[in-house]
Write a protein that binds this ligand. Structure first.
Ligand code: ATP
Ligand code: MG
Length: 413
């Protein structure tokens, strides 16, 4: 079946030109190039996806280097894995040398050797991700579908390629659920059976890889759907026995989406996911996922702040008191608590800190205080602190107010 016409309609013009440039240069070098994976799946479904993955039968790095020399695309990286990235103004393309993989033991990273397109497709997770479209001039647009992915797409099924797939790489359990929920597909019967059987194989997956898959899921429009499904399947429990994918999580994720800038959203989901944890459970989760230092800090702060929320639940608190109670916490932890907290006054104070108090600065700085005759040193630090507190509490508003207050303080110093 040929998809040449669909490719022309589907890809933005610039990207299409780059793809044609790549395939032309590949032909000159006697190499063959294919579109593979997610883009082929989504093209057949008619969903937009411009994260292009190309497989090269030959040498992807050499090809990418040559394309970078003769086009406006920049070569971003090439690794010992035989992969390269080309970045064009608005797009990034991934090129990989076709590869063959073998697993020494479950959960291990596979041993990789150069291979054919067929080898490259059989190592993939699901039939719907194991299709390719040729970009070579003699059969441009031809679908290569050795695992009947198109048929599974039509029947809305997620199917693994062999019975050892989940035990070779149990991240596929997480990936499968992600597609099931995103596309509204079902697991094919045998795949569903093996998935349930192989849930314990999640233990063989490193923290980095589990975290990476959760991050991938946290890019979804409604990741709570996949989280709920992991819970149903026992996968959440296998990763950490305190994790839950219930209605509470769904509701908080939804609130987070309505509040937050998208860049921070995955981190916020992580904080919410462990919101009900004890400190000890939190530490177990951070260790299991090899969580990076910065996010670990925000997640620990989330739990620490949750246990101190009652301090913030007093209507009589002055803004400066709210500020001093919260300034040591990571903003992400404050945001997570604002979303999750049940106390309405505490909630209001958390919001006040995030939207206003943390941005409050005095109008006067050290230099200006010096010009007013206040010498540098601890005394000046004290004046700045008093100014800041007065500004937080709305006792000074203008520069003139601050000057007056500073001068009234200086004789006392
Ligand atoms: P998405 O739209 O979620 O990005 P994708 O299909 O592009 O979907 P990626 O995670 O970007 O998914 O991976 C690209 C391709 O690499 C997949 O289509 C799949 O064929 C293959 N792949 C990724 N992870 C695995 C895995 N753990 N095992 C086998 N194949 C995988
Ligand atoms: Mg992708």
């Amino acid at each position: 079946m040929n998809f040449a016409r669909q490719i022309e309609q589907y890809l933005p013009r610039q990207l299409l030109e780059l793809v044609k440039d790549i395939s032309g240069q590949a032909a000159e070098q006697g190499q063959r190039v294919y579109l593979v994976g997610g883009v082929v799946r989504d093209l057949l479904l008619g969903y937009p996806n411009f994260d292009l993955d190309l497989v090269v039968e030959g040498d992807a790095v050499k090809l990418a280097q040559q394309v970078a020399e003769t086009s406006q695309a920049k070569l971003l990286a090439h690794h010992r894995f035989g992969t390269a990235k080309l970045r064009h103004e608005n797009f990034t393309l991934d090129l990989a040398t076709a590869r063959k993989e073998t697993y020494a033991r479950p959960g291990a990273l596979p041993a990789v050797t150069p291979g054919t397109l067929k080898d490259d497709l059989i190592r993939r997770d699901f039939s719907i991700n194991a299709m390719a479209i040729s970009l070579a001039s003699n059969d441009y647009g031809e679908l290569i579908d050795p695992h009947q992915g198109k048929n599974d797409l039509e029947h809305r099924l997620i199917r693994i390629l062999h019975s050892g797939s989940f035990s070779d790489d149990a991240t596929r359990i997480l990936r499968g659920v992600c597609y099931e929920q995103r596309l509204g597909f079902e697991f094919e019967a045998q795949t569903a059976r093996l998935l349930k059987r192989d849930i314990p194989m999640l233990d063989t997956i490193s923290g980095d890889r589990i975290r990476h898959e959760l991050e991938h899921i946290f890019e979804e429009g409604r990741p709570e759907l996949a989280i709920r499904r992991f819970d149903e399947l026992g996968a959440l429990h296998r990763i950490n026995s305190s994790l839950k994918g219930d209605g509470w999580i769904a509701e908080r994720f939804d609130r987070a989406r309505r509040l937050k800038k998208p860049a921070q959203l995955p981190s916020l989901y992580f904080c919410l996911l462990i919101y009900s944890f004890s400190e000890k459970e939190g530490e177990q989760f951070l260790a299991r996922l090899s969580m990076p230092a910065k996010l670990s800090r925000a997640m620990r702060d989330t739990l620490r702040l949750r246990t101190s929320l009652s301090l913030l639940d007093k209507p009589s608190l002055k803004p400066s008191e709210v500020y001093y109670l919260l300034r040591e916490y990571e903003p992400l932890a404050i945001q997570a608590n604002a979303i999750a907290s049940e106390f309405s006054t505490a909630h209001r104070h958390l919001q006040l800190f995030l939207t206003k108090l943390r941005h409050v600065r005095t109008s006067l700085d050290g230099e200006e205080l010096k010009r007013l005759g206040i010498p540098a040193g601890p005394g000046m630090g004290k004046v700045l602190q008093v100014l800041h507190k007065a500004k937080l509490d709305g006792e000074v508003c203008t520069r003139a107010d601050e000057k007056r207050l500073a001068l009234s303080l200086s004789p006392k110093l």
